[in-house]
Design a protein around this ligand. Structure first.
Ligand code: ADP
Ligand code: MG
Length: 693
């Protein structure tokens, strides 16, 4: 249960004074539905209203707070002219100007003969100093409140600063004092205030420095969020570990047979990853390991060896691919490598005859099939294994691994290996998965030639086709990507079809086309024609992005490269340079290039190092976008900016680990405060693991 102290901020924003249904809706869009969401909605700027000159000394074009006497009201003859209120002080005269004025409101708030404080931007109009629509009009007694530094918040359509600021102030007034969850010595070392003090300070910046991610207030809040995140992950992990696993060890028999058939020797990275996995499998608790390796780094073989260990131990393995196409590819690869080994592999797809599928399922349940390959359908009900020991999830570049990991592992005690092709920056890795075990394949298999990347505007298409012609004449194979964007998919598809027709005109019939709207059988036919060499050029929308392995393809042309994210571009480029033949990547863009797109293409030109690209991607895009947090169910960070606060993460992780080592059920006094922290950052699910502990 959420601690009662948090109730005031876990109420809907509509409980706040001045927040009616319309404003509540707008606040929900820009901050969130709850009062606590407003607390996390930090200022993005400020307006300094402390400058308070006499009227005659006020320069034009500055924000000033002036104490004036109201002299007279001047209602215009027509609504098109502004309403003016003349004011003065001992130094001069100031006109307040209102368009479409409400006379009654102005008469009430600016009564003739009274002193008022007005704040806004000064302007010069002829000889006159004026202020158009002052931001504030207040009685003299409220001068201190007006003459201050005012935070500016990110807004959304239909929500102005004033009502939002007011709602945030009201939200802050409800913020409870919470018992300290941070280690006292750590707080002192950092010079951090309490949570509440930090929160208030973050909302009351006194200068630009207070808006910076490095301000003490923002550091403290970011740390709290990261600590909640790391605690939640540590608790999740502890709870998964409580499900009994099994010790699995193989005698190496099958690995020897398969190893002898491999046309290459394993890289040291592959060997190390396999050793990691073997050690994990031998442990009594469940394995949960991430295998990270750039495209083409050879993850499939690692997965195969992992499954062979399970089979040597008399159990079964499963390999789940993100698409049916990839499942087929994996099946073909493994079947070939497993010839003569006696290991049986089956492909389970949604397609095919029902009777065949049923026969497969029966054999799987009887233990006659050693390795099952398929899409997520593998883990649906109705698919029963005789004795599944290891599930390998090939996620390629898709994130959201954590969720699926828990899914795949649900209650079964099965060991899980997740493979991902987008190297995950260390900071993201930690926030998304905690200290999940991970193996990295750093080097590419030996003998891979480098890929040369060039960035060109689309009007140099002629050069590109000439280069493609030369390549095709010397038997190269070419991918030609025409992206689809959702908003104009039909148009883009037409563009891809047109390019296909055009290239056919130039190169003859050996040009194929695949796109997302094709029947998958047709897609497969085109893909295999390209793989077998029956086609020289394959025009494609991004359907080929994931995991396709055609070692003879050496040229990748990407049109509208500016529309792709870095990770995607890197994935695409990874489709070529998969053999000893040199690869070429031509990134064509439609000018003018935006700043971010330019930076992305520049990085692509500079480096082929997936880990570096992932770090740069994080900087350019921000963590939320990178992880696609909303779809993936991964934690969304509101206060911590991983590009700026990454250094706090390791401490948060160590802190979480230490806390749970000392007090696994969070029973101590400090732990009570930590429970509140979990609820504060809505890690309720994690807090619930405690109860069942
Ligand atoms: P990915 O990590 O992208 O899934 P794959 O497992 O598809 O990579 O491997 C890419 C290619 O590299 C395949 O053709 C595979 O046979 C080959 N390969 C894998 N390991 C090695 C190695 N140690 N030496 C040479 N080639 C290898
Ligand atoms: Mg792969």
């Amino acid at each position: 249960m959420r601690p009662d102290t948090l109730n005031p901020i876990f109420a809907p924003v509509s409980v706040l004074p001045g927040v009616g249904p319309r404003i509540a809706k707008a606040i929900e869009t820009c901050a969130g539905p709850l009062v606590v969401d407003l607390l996390w909605h930090l200022p993005s700027g400020l307006i300094d209203r402390t400058f308070s000159p006499m009227i005659a000394e006020a320069p034009a074009g500055v924000i000033a707070t002036l104490k004036v006497r109201v002299d007279s009201h001047h209602k215009p003859a027509t609504r098109r002219l502004p309403y003016k209120v003349r004011c003065s002080d001992d130094s001069g005269v100031l006109s307040l100007v209102f368009f479409h004025a409400h006379e009654k409101y102005l008469l009430e708030n600016l009564p003739v003969g009274e002193i008022r404080v007005v704040s806004g931007r000064t302007e010069r109009y002829g000889d006159e100093i004026q202020m158009v629509h002052p931001d504030h009009i207040a009685p003299e007694a409220e001068i201190d409140a007006v003459q201050s530094v005012e935070p500016v918040y990110p807004l959304t359509a239909g929500l102005n600063l004033k009502p939002l600021s007011k709602a945030i102030q009201a939200a802050l007034a409800r913020a409870p004092d919470l018992a300290e969850w941070c280690d006292a010595a750590y707080l002192e070392r950092r010079g951090w205030p309490s949570w509440k003090t930090a929160l208030l300070a973050a909302h009351r910046p006194e200068g630009e420095a207070d808006l910076d991610a490095d301000s003490t207030a923002r550091q403290r809040l970011a740390y709290d969020e990261l600590l909640a995140n790391q605690m939640a992950l540590a608790l999740l992990r502890a709870s998964m570990r409580r499900i009994a696993g099994r010790e699995i060890s193989g005698d190496g028999r099958l690995r020897d047979i398969v190893g002898a058939r491999l046309p290459f020797s394993l890289t040291t990275g592959q060997q190390a990853a396999i050793a990691d996995i073997e050690a994990d499998l031998g442990q009594p608790h469940r394995m949960l390991r991430l295998l990270q390796g750039d495209v083409g780094s050879g993850k499939t073989v690692v997965a195969l060896y992992a499954m062979l260990i399970a089979i040597e131990a008399g159990s079964q393995g499963a390999l789940m691919a993100p698409t049916e196409l990839l499942a087929r590819q994996h099946h073909a690869t493994l079947e070939k490598l497993l010839e003569e080994s006696g290991v049986t592999v089956a492909l389970l797809t949604g397609r095919g005859k029902k009777t065949e599928r049923e026969a497969l399922l029966r054999r799987l349940a009887a233990g006659e099939i050693d390795i099952a390959i398929g899409t997520h359908a593998l883990f649906q009900s109705g698919v029963d294994f005789a004795d599944l020991a290891l599930a390998v999830v090939d996620e390629q570049h898709r994130f959201g691994v954590h969720q699926r990991m828990t899914l795949a592992a649900k209650g079964k005690g099965v060991d899980v290996l997740v493979m991902t092709a987008t190297p995950i920056p260390r900071t993201l890795m930690l926030t998304a998965y905690g200290d999940l075990q991970s193996s990295r394949l750093h080097e590419k298999p030996a003998g891979r030639a480098a890929i040369q990347t060039r960035v060109l505007p689309i009007d140099r298409l002629g050069e590109v086709t000439a280069a493609v012609r030369r390549a095709v004449e010397s038997a190269a194979r070419v991918y030609w990507i025409c992206p689809l964007v959702e908003e104009s998919e039909a148009l883009d598809l037409a563009a891809a079809e047109e390019r296909h027709a055009q290239l056919k005109n130039i190169f003859g019939t050996r040009v194929g086309l695949v796109h997302g709207r094709m029947k998958s059988a047709d897609k497969d036919a085109q893909m295999s024609a390209f793989a077998s060499g029956a086609l020289d050029i394959l025009v494609a929308t991004t359907v080929i992005e994931v995991g396709i392995d055609v070692p003879d393809a050496t040229i990748m042309v990407v049109e509208h490269a500016e529309r792709f994210g870095l990770a995607q571009l890197h994935q695409l480029r990874g489709r070529v340079g998969r053999s000893d033949k040199a690869g070429n990547c031509l990134l064509l863009y439609a000018p003018p290039l935006g700043e971010t797109a330019r930076a992305r293409l520049e990085i692509m030109r500079e480096t082929d190092d997936g880990f570096r690209i992932a770090e740069e991607d994080l900087k350019l895009r921000g963590a939320g976008e990178l992880l696609g947090t909303r779809q993936s169910g991964l934690p969304e960070l509101r206060l911590a900016d991983l590009a700026r606060h990454g250094y706090l993460l390791a401490t948060a992780r160590d802190d979480a680990r230490l806390i749970l080592e000392r007090d696994p059920e969070l029973k101590s006094e400090r732990s009570q405060a930590l429970r509140a922290l979990l609820y504060l950052f809505e890690r309720d699910a994690a807090a619930r693991y405690l109860r069942s502990a």
